[in-house]
Every structure is written in structure tokens, then in C-alpha cells.
Design a protein around this ligand. Structure first.
Ligand code: ATP
Length: 192
């Protein structure tokens, strides 16, 4: 019998993709032994109040940022989908495409805490194992993970040292003429 595939799903604005995203992806590939990791830039991000950079630029930057991880597939399906896009729909699509696969939904801790505001979020644990990475700005990560575990069955913690990088910080630095060098990969910095 062939083993079910292990497929990771990592969505985000990726505006721009940075070293924190890459660390999360690399950790998940190793820890979960992923055969493939779909990096999925959001289309119309209903939960972000600001206007995102052009989707084609975010796709192109994601291809550059994750280029060294052979398991990563930069997946434009949410960008191609008209209207608001929801993770639950993406997971259902992937489940239909790979019926024998185990899906893993990868999210940072901030998004994990916001999960109860996601569309049909109660359906997520049935579709994928939810895997959470701590963020460097988190306060009392252990306690928060424990609280999350109580509401999300099967929640898995990604074992990565927190990376103190956010796209907000990078956009602020770029807008005020500060260096973004240490926070993004050189290929992405050049693209920006
Ligand atoms: P912004 O600052 O614009 O909100 P962001 O840096 O949080 O952006 P997103 O593209 O919104 O980046 O994040 C995509 C996913 O990656 C989310 O699940 C987020 O929690 C996670 N993530 C982003 N940065 C980190 C980081 N430094 N460590 C761990 N997870 C992260």
C-alpha cells in the first residue's frame, strides 16, 4: 500500500514574503516530513484592512523567497478565485485533488488566535492538522498554546525558534528608507 502523502498548506498575504515565513516553511517540511508544501498567497484578503500589493508581485516574490525549498509549490489558486477567499474552501479543494493525503495547515500564532473569526473555522480540524508556529512578539507562548489546544483538537506546535520579522515592519522600513536587508532574502529585496 502506498503511504498517504503529507501536504502542507501555508497561506498568507506574503506582502512581502520574509525570513519568518521561510523559517516556518523549512521547519514544517522537516518536522512534518512534508512531500509538498503549497504556499498560497491570498487573493482578496477579507481580514486585512489595507490594500495589498498587486497579487502578481506577491506571487513572484513568493517564488523567489521559497526557491531553495524543493517541496514548495507556489500556488496561485486563491488569487485566481473571484471574490473573498477562505482557507476552508482551499483545503476542501486540495482534499479532493489528493484524497489519500494528510493535509497540514500551517499558521503563525497570531493567526491561530484569530482562527475563530475565520469562515467555517469549525470545519478546519476535520480537513487538516493545524500546526502553529510561535511568533517572537508573543507573550506567554506556552499558556496561549495550551489554550488553543483546548479548542483545536490535534493542534501541533512547530518547533522553531521565534523569528522577529513581520511584513508590516518591512513595509515600514522600506517606506522610511531603512534597510530591509536582514529581514528578506536578497532576491526579494532586489525585486522590491
Ligand atoms: P503583516 O505584518 O502584514 O500582518 P505577516 O508578517 O504577519 O504580515 P502574513 O503574510 O500575514 O505575514 O503571514 C502569513 C502567515 O505567516 C501567518 O500565518 C503568520 O502568522 C505567519 N507568520 C508571519 N511572520 C511570521 C514569523 N515571523 N514567525 C512565525 N509565523 C509568521
Amino acid at each position: 500500500m502506498t503511504q498517504p502523502k503529507h501536504i502542507g498548506v501555508f497561506g498568507g498575504a506574503f506582502d512581502p514574503p520574509h525570513r519568518g515565513h521561510h523559517a516556518l516553511a523549512a521547519t514544517a517540511i522537516a518536522q512534518l516530513q512534508l512531500d509538498a508544501l503549497h504556499v498560497i498567497p491570498t487573493g482578496h484578503a477579507w481580514h486585512k484592512s489595507r490594500t495589498l500589493s498587486d497579487a502578481q508581485h506577491r506571487l513572484a516574490m513568493a517564488r523567489l523567497a521559497f526557491a531553495d525549498l524543493s517541496q514548495v509549490v507556489v500556488d496561485g489558486r486563491e488569487i485566481a478565485r473571484p471574490g473573498p477567499t477562505y482557507t476552508v474552501d482551499t483545503l476542501q479543494e486540495l482534499q479532493q485533488e489528493h484524497p489519500a493525503a494528510q493535509l497540514y495547515l500551517l499558521i503563525g500564532e497570531d493567526q491561530a488566535r484569530a482562527l475563530p473569526s475565520w469562515s467555517r473555522w469549525e470545519q478546519l480540524p476535520a480537513l487538516a492538522i493545524i500546526c502553529v508556529a510561535a511568533r517572537a512578539d508573543s507573550t506567554g507562548a506556552k499558556g496561549q498554546f495550551d489554550a488553543l489546544k483546548a479548542t483545536l483538537p490535534g493542534l501541533t506546535v512547530l518547533n522553531m525558534p521565534p523569528v522577529a520579522t513581520s511584513a508590516t515592519d518591512i513595509r515600514h522600513r522600506a517606506a522610511t528608507g531603512q534597510s530591509i536587508g536582514p529581514l528578506v532574502f536578497e532576491t526579494v529585496a532586489r525585486y522590491i
